[in-house]
Design a protein around this ligand. Structure first.
Ligand SMILES: Nc1nc2c(ncn2[C@@H]2O[C@H](COP(=O)(O)OP(=O)(O)OP(=O)(O)O)[C@@H](O)[C@H]2O)c(=O)[nH]1
Ligand SMILES: [Mg+2]
Length: 436
């Protein structure tokens, strides 16, 4: 089923020095022989040659051969390095299709790597994350995932659970073996307690890290004319939002993304908050309120040369949220812990503060942690089963409790893809790009 030979263009289809067209499957080696002057194939070598279509030269190429044992998919694989450019690359792909290959689905090479046991499902997650990485921290965390950090993290927990399940099963199935350790409710209670703690910690760390890795949703708010749009522009280093000295310039939400040293901010500049009867501005302020509700971080901008009662009301209103008060217009008046001048692009105190504030979360990149939503969601399901088990531990019999434990364990298996679940696998790999 998985041995038919697939092919795809693995590099971006645009002008460039080199493109790579890949094949994987039983016929990879014989197909390249049919379309090129490379007739003698040695595994794990790179050969120089030419590709022909009915005797007509298509390109001069370098072809890498990977034997099953050493290939990415654990199948015979061929990688054709041809001259970049849309035309030649497509020609070679078409030749492969005409000579017995099937066009790979997105992610199908990695799917084969997984199905053939080359990588586990969490490693496949990470390969996808690496392809999509936009910042160094995303890339670093994906690389850790590829080299097996998730398995390292959850295996000790899985081993403990597996042992306890096995002992309970022995107790149930062979009650006559009195020598076996008896897994009474009292015996398993401390185990379940410690697993709950571990699962909670893993989820908490993963969620903290996800915020810094995927971008902190940040809303810039304040009264009209304090310099919110100027701050957005200074952070983005471009004139994205309109800036004027007319109060109420920004009506709609203006979005932008900025990568500071390591953290990414998903920024939203908003309409200045004030009482107004003007229809458009009113709608803008309603949108501001909604954006504030959804944000993880609120940057409240004040005009340091003109602080009044309304500023204090805003500080008071959002003091229980993740609020950062920034004093702008430092060129007119310097005050507060974070004093900036957006007009002069003097915002270092703010960026330094943010990099420092999230440093501990960023440092989690060096720990083995859960890497993405799928893994976190499965760990949460596992935690729910364990909590249910703990709630009932003094009232239910062991054979009822073990059903929760079985389910908890199976969620952990799913993180690594240890259970073969075709739906899940298809869903996951369809997010990949072609040729990977
Ligand atoms: N002196 C000084 N003026 C600034 C500074 N930042 C912004 N301004 C000026 O303040 C005025 C308002 O700036 P905006 O960035 O449009 O302010 P805003 O908070 O987005 O205003 P609204 O969109 O109306 O809510 C403009 O004239 C800016 O040039 C600053 O650091 N120093
Ligand atoms: Mg504005």
């Amino acid at each position: 089923m998985f041995n038919d030979t697939i092919c795809a263009i693995s590099t971006a289809l645009k002008d460039g020095a080199i493109s790579i067209v890949r094949m994987s499957g039983d016929d990879s080696f014989s197909i390249i022989k049919k379309i090129s002057d490379i007739k003698k194939i040695e595994a794990n070598t790179i050969k120089y040659g030419h590709i022909f279509n009915n005797g007509e030269l298509i390109d001069e190429v370098l072809v890498s051969f990977f034997e099953k044992k050493h290939s990415y998919t654990k199948q015979d694989m061929v990688e054709i390095n041809c001259h970049g450019g849309v035309y030649v690359t497509r020609m070679i792909l078409n030749l492969l299709l005409e000579n017995g290959c099937r066009l790979a689905e997105p992610g199908e090479f990695t799917k084969r790597a997984y199905l053939n046991g080359r990588i586990n499902l969490s490693q496949a997650d990470s390969i996808n994350d690496l392809i999509k990485a936009e910042s160094s921290i995303q890339a670093k965390s994906a690389l850790k995932g590829i080299e097996g950090s998730v398995e390292r993290l959850i295996m000790p927990l899985m081993d403990e659970m597996k042992d306890v399940i096995a002992m309970i099963e022995v107790n149930i199935d062979y009650p006559e073996y009195e020598d076996e350790k008896q897994m009474s409710n009292d015996v398993i209670k401390p185990y379940v307690y410690s697993w709950i703690n571990k699962a909670e910690q893993m989820i908490q760390k993963a969620e903290r890290f996800r915020v810094v890795k995927d971008g902190i949703s940040t809303v810039i708010i304040g009264k009209p004319n304090v310099g919110k749009s100027s701050l957005l522009n200074a952070l983005l280093q471009k004139d994205k939002a309109i800036v004027t000295d007319i109060a109420g310039t920004t009506r709609d939400l203006v979005e932008g993304k900025v990568v500071l040293d390591n953290i990414t901010l998903n920024l939203i500049d908003t309409a200045g908050i004030r009482d107004t009867s003007e229809t458009i501005e009113k709608i803008g302020i309603e949108k501001t309120m909604k954006a504030i509700d959804d944000a993880e971080l609120i940057i409240l901008v004040l005009d340091a040369s003109n602080i009044d009662k309304q500023d204090k009301q805003l500080i008071d209103k959002y003091k229980d949220r993740n609020l950062l008060v920034v004093y702008n217009k430092a060129d007119l008046n310097k005050m507060g812990d974070i004093s900036i001048s957006a007009l002069n692009n003097d915002i270092k105190q703010l960026t330094d503060y943010l990099n420092d504030k999230y440093k501990d979360d960023i440092d989690l990149v060096d720990e083995d942690i859960l890497n993405n939503e799928r893994q976190i969601a499965l760990m949460k399901s596992c935690l729910n089963e364990l909590k249910q088990m703990y709630t009932n531990i003094d009232i239910e019999t062991i054979d009822v409790l073990v059903t929760n434990l079985d389910k908890a364990y199976s969620y952990l298996c799913q993180i690594l893809g240890k259970e073969y679940q075709e739906d899940l696998i298809d869903h996951m790999f369809s997010n990949f790009c072609l040729g990977k």
